[in-house]
Design a protein around this ligand. Structure first.
Ligand code: HEC
Length: 463
């Protein structure tokens, strides 16, 4: 049943072109008939074309509602698309009922066309992404520096200052006695001293100025100038929070995934250096029809996918999982609940390096098999509800550094062991956090040394 629903949903973009075609054809007929009496539209053809438009508009809307349930489209675009499409569908029905009242009919015809165009445009943006209609397509080839060799300051932060600040804080103009065009100048600070406190973004002048309300005279960049985007703001804050390092390679810093995407975008790299999205989806769809699993891509552009085998039940076992493992690094969410997967199959999960959510509930896996999850450093959520696992499980998953949610209801695990693990695991996460903070303090100390040196060589440079 689910398969049929999915299939019909996927027909939506195809069927959607029919009401557009019929409706525009109707408008062409109406208006040529209006200008040239020879082509005047007969009531029966009007009736016929309008009926076809309505029929397919309703069909398209139905399929669209099915499709919306199974995909991870941008919620905002999706809601807008749905709204405009439903209004259009309603207007076609109204048109039908007023088709004999020429004046109102023509008026509503034009209004409907407006809703149809907007709905269609939003639909295209949903499927093809925002760049589809621009003349200049963003190419992967505008790579500036390879991420492996890029430096966090020179290749990411400095270009940002250059773009947004240096016009007023550079060698030509140094408003507020502040220059942001080189590392040394930046470290000297401005008329009121250091502009940032390494390791503490919120008390850094630079961030405070950026966060002032736009109307404030001291807001940076001043009102009317190109402002920092949310991502750029987050980037600057993150960089100061990790100690504002100036000579580190990105590959030497443990960068959270969301920040990596921002940095990669700044470097001109496509978000994730993953296998090509199209070939992944192609292979995924082959496996989808072979096993009856459901595969979604996680957004209109992301190469990451969600794989759901729950509905296959026992027909999906270790051998099928081995074939799915072919999609390895692209899988971010995997639902194996209620399937025939056993410990033997878990070894195939090792290659799914980007897996964040895994459901193994109601399967025959045991604690012994879970050691195979060790390579899954990004795993945040693991569901083991209603399995035969016992207290041994904690030994096996001890080293999963990103794990935040563990579901253990209806298993052999004892309450006390779960409690102990929870405390230990929280401590582990805290320790990791502290270690990162210590790193940032070390960086901060290097900066203060550097600033002190600069102060000595330019004793009168600051008030
Ligand atoms: C259009 C010119 C302009 C741009 C662009 C601009 N600033 Fe400024 N900035 C000024 C002026 C003028 C002052 C001095 C007046 C004041 O203190 O508000 C100043 C002062 C500052 C100060 C205070 C220095 C001190 O020690 O008091 C900081 C920090 C600052 N800017 C940061 C930035 C950052 C970061 C950017 C880029 C994101 C930026 N500015 C972009 C004009 C600009």
């Amino acid at each position: 049943m689910q398969l049929i629903v999915n299939f019909l949903g996927r027909l939506h973009p195809l069927v959607g072109h029919l009401p557009i075609g019929f409706f525009i054809f109707l408008i062409i007929l109406e208006y040529t008939g209006y200008w040239n009496k020879k082509f005047k539209l007969s009531a029966s053809i009007r009736h016929f074309t309008l009926t076809l438009s309505i029929l397919f508009a309703v069909l398209t809307a139905t399929f669209g509602l099915l499709l919306a349930q199974q995909s991870n489209y941008s919620a905002f675009l999706l809601n807008q698309h749905r709204l405009y499409s439903l209004i259009f569908t309603a207007l076609t029905l109204i048109l039908y009922s007023i088709r004999n009242r020429v004046f109102v009919y023509r008026l509503v015809l034009v209004v409907s066309l407006f809703f149809l165009i907007v709905a269609g445009h939003l639909g295209a943006r949903l499927t093809h992404g925002d760049n589809y209609f621009s003349l200049i397509q963003h190419q992967d080839s505008n790579l500036k520096v390879h991420p492996q060799t890029a430096l966090i300051y020179s290749d990411v932060i400095q270009p940002l200052f250059q773009e947004r600040c240096v016009a007023c804080h550079g060698s030509a103009k140094n408003n507020g006695d502040l220059r942001l065009d080189t590392n040394e100048e930046m470290l000297k600070g401005g008329k009121t001293g250091f502009v940032f406190k390494a390791g503490d973004a919120t008390s850094s002048l630079i961030i405070k100025r950026i966060h002032l309300s736009l109307d404030s005279k001291e807001h940076m960049p001043p009102k009317g100038k190109v402002q920092l985007s949310e991502d750029e703001d987050a980037l600057l804050q993150w960089w100061i929070d990790i100690g504002a390092p100036t000579n580190k390679h990105i590959s030497d810093i443990s960068v959270p995934t969301y920040m990596l995407d921002i940095i990669y975008a700044k470097l001109g790299v496509p978000p994730t250096p993953l296998p090509d999205r199209l070939s992944i989806l192609e292979r995924a769809h082959v496996l989808e029809s072979k096993f009856g699993i459901i595969v979604h891509s996680l957004s209109a552009e992301s190469p990451y996918i969600e794989v759901n085998a729950r509905f296959c039940g026992n027909k999906f076992g270790d051998d099928q999982l081995r074939e799915i493992a072919d999609l390895g690094p692209a899988i971010q969410v995997l639902d194996l609940g209620l399937t025939g997967v056993t410990d033997r199959g878990l070894v195939y999960l090792g290659g799914m390096k980007h897996l964040q959510r895994l459901q193994l509930d109601h399967t025959r896996v045991t604690s012994a098999g879970l050691g195979a999850l060790e390579p899954l450093t990004q795993l945040e959520s693991l569901n083991l509800y209603s399995t035969a696992i016992d207290d041994l499980v904690f030994k096996q998953i001890k080293s999963l550094p990103s794990l935040r949610h563990l579901y253990l209801w209806n298993t052999q695990v004892s309450k006390s062991a779960a409690k102990t693990w929870e405390i230990e695991h929280t401590n582990l996460l805290r320790k990791k956090h502290f270690a990162e903070q210590i790193e940032s303090i070390k960086d901060q100390m290097t900066h203060e040394d550097a600033s002190a040196n600069v102060g000595e060589s330019f004793p009168n440079s600051k008030k």
